[in-house]
Design a binder for this molecule. Structure first.
Ligand code: LCS
Length: 399
């Protein structure tokens, strides 16, 4: 029989998943168990010393978690993966594995607000030096390199203004200077980009978003080489303890099986919505990598296989204009988070980026009235009709 290479959906459905070995149940069970029974003490010793593969305690690993990790490793073309309690657990555990007192970290100046807060307030407390730069220009990264730079951390596309960083270029700078590149690829998902293929050392995701896809779990994933994952798992995740629950791992596994078809629908609707908004007289600016007006549109075309479901836009009338849109949509929910099957709208300064001060946000162009839209898989016509009605209310403000 000839071997064949699995395409994205086939991988998402089959990688890591198998029927229950005990009962033959088609869908593997959720292994709800905090500990695992040993045959004898000799086996307990072999497992604890890594001489035998096996499960011993829930915080060290669980078969449902393994199924998720194998699936994500396959989708990101990584050797191994590690599932965590949240995207933030994935990020903190990875950064704490790579960095120690006296090291220097270069991070994007526009990234998810809690990641920004973690780096600015917590890592610096442990003697880690930090430089925030606009990572959409490789020159800024080059200029920030110091002899003690150990990590370059980028988010691409970035939250909330969808700036794109050149993953291959950033990896080259990192590796020429003895540093590692960590990429938060939450907005892209493995359907649209594979950072490890472009040279990144580690890719992290908030699985709460597109990977789960249905807004019913909080989780995170780290994908990398076997060696790096094993360092992050043992001892860092084992000691920090931010593991995923088996029930949440199961829902992410289920979500991943339809990631490909969902992402296609997100991309298609988002492109139509972005084009509509860009033409609207009450909208000042649209931030979406699928628009030729986006400053890194060409890079996005090269590095990604589509432009995703996320966008931000500035409404005429500043805060009043943006607020009027967010308070008048009906189909779209006013809620933070993103990547759900249903469309969500939010006020970035007060919701996803509350940890940044007004001055910090102002410096990097997160406008006070800015609206972020996570375009769901509803038909674009309906999303546009909802926005049209809300934008009519902005016209009435006379701005
Ligand atoms: N990375 C990115 C790019 C994110 O957008 C988020 C959360 C995280 C990491 C953290 O993941 P979590 O721990 O929440 O699973 N972004 C959110 C947002 O924009 N609104 O609410 C959460």
């Amino acid at each position: 029989m000839k071997n064949f290479e699995l395409k994205f959906n086939a991988k998402a459905i089959h990688a890591g998943s198998k029927p229950c070995p005990a009962t033959g149940a088609h869908i593997g069970p959720i292994y709800r168990s905090s500990t695992f029974v040993m045959d004898n003490v000799e086996q307990a010793i072999r497992i604890s010393q890594g001489e035998e593969e096996g499960y011993s305690y829930g915080r060290f690993g669980n078969p449902t978690e393994t199924e998720l990790e194998e699936k994500m490793a396959a989708l990101e073309n990584g050797e191994n993966a590690l599932a965590t309690a949240s995207g933030m657990a994935a990020i903190t555990t990875t950064l704490m594995t790579f960095l120690k007192n006296g090291d220097h970290l270069i991070a994007g100046d526009i990234i998810y607000g809690c990641t920004y807060g973690l780096i600015r307030d917590i890592l610096t407390k442990y003697g880690i030096e930090v430089t925030f730069v606009d990572t959409s220009d490789l020159e800024n990264i080059k200029k920030a390199i110091q002899p003690n730079t150990k990590v370059i951390y980028i988010e691409t596309p970035c939250n909330p203004v969808l700036r794109i960083a050149d993953i291959g270029g950033a990896a080259e700078i990192a590796h020429n200077n003895g540093a590692s590149l960590i990429v938060d690829s939450t907005f892209a998902t493995p359907f649209l980009q594979n950072p490890l293929d472009l040279g990144a050392d580690v890719v992290v995701h908030s699985a709460t978003k597109y990977l789960g896809g249905h807004g019913d779990i909080v989780g995170g994933i780290i994908v990398s080489s076997k060696e790096i994952i094993s360092k992050i798992r043992d001892p860092h995740l084992q000691f920090f303890g931010g593991i995923i629950s088996p029930g949440d791992a199961f829902l992410i596994i289920r979500g991943l099986k339809t990631l490909g078809i969902r992402m296609k629908a997100h991309c298609e609707s988002a492109q139509a919505v972005a084009e509509y908004l860009e033409e609207h007289p009450m909208v000042e600016k649209v931030y979406y990598p699928g628009l030729p007006s986006h400053p890194q549109h060409e890079l996005a075309k090269k590095q990604m296989r589509g432009f995703g479901g996320m966008m931000s836009f500035d409404v005429k009338g500043g805060f009043e204009g943006g607020k009027t849109v967010m308070n008048n949509v009906k189909l779209i929910s006013l809620a933070t988070s993103l990547g759900c099957i249903d469309s969500l709208i939010q006020h970035s300064p007060s919701m996803s980026h509350f940890t940044m001060s007004k001055e910090e946000r102002g410096k990097v162009g997160i406008m006070e009235g800015q609206v972020r839209l996570s375009v769901g898989i509803e038909e674009a016509e309906n999303i546009i009709e909802d926005l049209e009605n809300a934008l009519e209310e902005v016209k009435k403000l006379g701005v």
